[in-house]
Design a protein around this ligand. Structure first.
Ligand code: ADP
Ligand code: ASP
Ligand code: MG
Length: 410
């Protein structure tokens, strides 16, 4: 008998019919002798509606109140799914994040899970119940509701799988696995049957939203296999992608996939005195404001001054720009500028380590299309570039073609 955690995303629970279909699938797994914990997202579009309501009243409102609102979408689906299961004769029990006690820090709207109380869930499972948990939410030590960042139900799923030592965490969505790139942008994208958690970590961190990055970080840290599959396939029929630790994946492919991200904005401060500590003086206040910085480039000028460019999430752009321009003034900088119309594209693959020339091939492919590269960042298993947003889709498609992802068996 196995313990399985299944997470169903917004489209998978988007209508009453879809919720009934999820209930049927859960019951099939249960009838095969498994214990099942189900994590659900809000019905598709619901969280966006809640965000729009918040923005209509006060986008600068407190994180605590935002989370009180944002968490409600999932409270609807847990109740509906538990009712659907009971109607079909399967005892079930729903839990909000606070009811399980998914304890988080108090970084509202992007909280991190600290601890999960597995005992009540274990007891329900022992009683033959299916446990249905609200994704995307937790609670602070002092009892305030928190949310885990957009796409956070994936992280709830993996964290529960880790806490309960599940055999596998299944992520059901509207695609039947991870593809070489987003199939919505490149219809020639190929299905990837297996990839490493390391590769998935890079894909997710470069913007592939099929899995929230924190869910992959959890899985990597605690060695939890993730299977991505479609809730629209016949039971037991469709394809899937298994994401596991590296030693289990044998194939050597140099580039596994192309990830991209339209959510970042670029900030630049020019003509800053070039002396020790300047990077800290510029980025310290940004990080003190709880703003994450992604890519960073520093150019040393000839006149002992330096230019400093970095990217942040578009949501943090206005705030980061204010902070940067103030710091710039104190440092005597020449100028402080920003650009929201950028995008990041990355090629990712564990096999890159042993293949020279991957980066130069990427740069040539983009140059051949006249696409200018604004920033570059590399790791052992990825090369990422920032380009003008208007070239993003073209860049994805030409790179997908150039690295043979559409044709070669992956
Ligand atoms: P859910 O609501 O189930 O969490 P998401 O919309 O968060 O679903 O994630 C699934 C979507 O991720 C797909 O519909 C697809 O457009 C997108 N996606 C982005 N990159 C990839 C990729 N490399 N492989 C598969 N899907 C991807
Ligand atoms: N409902 C939340 C969102 O739309 C969480 C999730 O779907 O994973 O971001
Ligand atoms: Mg998602």
């Amino acid at each position: 008998m196995a313990l399985i955690v299944q997470k169903y995303g917004g489209t998978s629970v988007g209508t009453p019919e879809r919720i009934e279909a999820v209930a049927d699938r859960v019951i099939r797994w249960k009838q095969q002798g498994n214990d099942v914990i189900v994590v659900v997202s809000a019905m598709s579009g619901e969280t966006n509606k809640l965000v729009a309501l918040i923005n209509a009243i006060n986008p600068q409102g407190s994180g605590r109140e935002k989370d009180a609102i944002l968490s409600t979408g999932e409270q609807v689906t847990i109740g509906l799914l538990a009712m659907a299961l009971e109607k079909k004769g399967q005892p079930a029990r729903s839990y909000t994040g606070a009811q399980v006690r998914i304890l988080t820090d108090d970084a509202h709207t992007k909280a991190r899970i600290r601890d999960i109380d597995a005992e009540p869930i274990r007891k329900d499972l022992a009683d033959g119940k299916v446990v249905v948990v609200a994704g995307f939410q937790g609670v602070t030590e002092s009892g305030s509701i928190t949310t885990l960042g957009r796409g956070g139900s994936d992280t709830t799923g993996v964290a529960l799988a880790v806490a309960l030592k599940a055999d596998e965490c299944q992520i059901y969505t509207d695609v039947d696995g991870v593809y070489t790139t987003d199939p919505r942008v490149e219809p020639k994208a190929r299905h990837i049957p297996r990839l490493t958690l390391e590769e998935m970590l890079e894909m997710a961190s470069q913007g592939s939203k099929v899995l929230q990055i924190r869910s992959v970080e959890f899985a990597y840290k605690y060695d939890m296999p993730i299977r991505v599959l479609s809730s629209f396939d016949e039971f037991g029929q469709g394809k899937s992608t298994l994401v596991t630790r590296e030693e289990e994946v044998m194939e050597e492919v140099s580039v596994r996939g192309i990830a991209f991200n339209r959510d970042e904005a670029q900030l630049t401060v020019t003509g800053v005195p070039d002396r020790p500590g300047v990077a800290y003086q510029i980025l310290g206040p940004i990080s003190d404001a709880n703003i994450e910085v992604d890519m960073i480039v520093q150019n040393i000028g000839s006149d002992s001054s330096t230019d400093f460019t970095f990217t942040v999430h578009k949501n943090d752009y206005a705030k980061a720009r204010d902070i940067l321009c103030k710091t710039g003034e104190t440092l005597g900088a020449k100028q402080c500028t920003g650009d929201e119309n950028i995008a990041k594209v990355a090629i990712v693959g564990a096999g890159m380590r042993s293949h020279a020339g991957v980066a130069s091939k990427m740069f040539k492919t983009l140059a051949d299309e006249g696409i200018n590269i604004r920033m570059i960042s590399t790791s052992e298993i990825k090369v990422a570039v920032v380009v003008d947003e208007k070239y993003l889709e073209l860049a994805v498609r030409v790179l997908h073609q150039a690295f043979g992802l559409a044709q070669t068996a992956v």
